[in-house]
Design a protein. Sequence first.
Length: 153
Amino acid sequence: MTCEKLNQRRLSSDSGQALIETALSLSLLILLLLGAAEFGRLTYAAIEVADAARAGAAYAAQRSGTASDAVGILTAAQNNAPDLSGLTATSSISCVCSNGSSASCTDNTACSTSHVVETVTINTQASFDPIIHVPGLPTKYTLQGQAVQKCLQ
């Protein structure tokens, strides 16, 4: 065999092509899997923040005294989301008469022909720090949840 035929045979050989394609495809697949896992963690944290707001609202709606118990509401929210650090919960209370007229939350006699409907709104917030930091995307995400619960007095 001449040198020219040997060089031509080497140039047309496909013996390493499959290995290179596998290496390129595998690296891209691993990046996609890591991105999907990180997106799953972010989604799970967002669900936890929303559920923490519901837990705080459920605690606040137990009876009229718990609606203004900010420490109890925060504790209920944090107990429902133990995987999140730095979870905050704020609450607000509004009252109306069941017939639609305005009422004060402190005056139970304001609704003479109806009853007071107390509405408790709980807002939760937590920050999420992803493991993988992608250039161009934020390094921290602020997740928020809200729950509204009506209570009869």
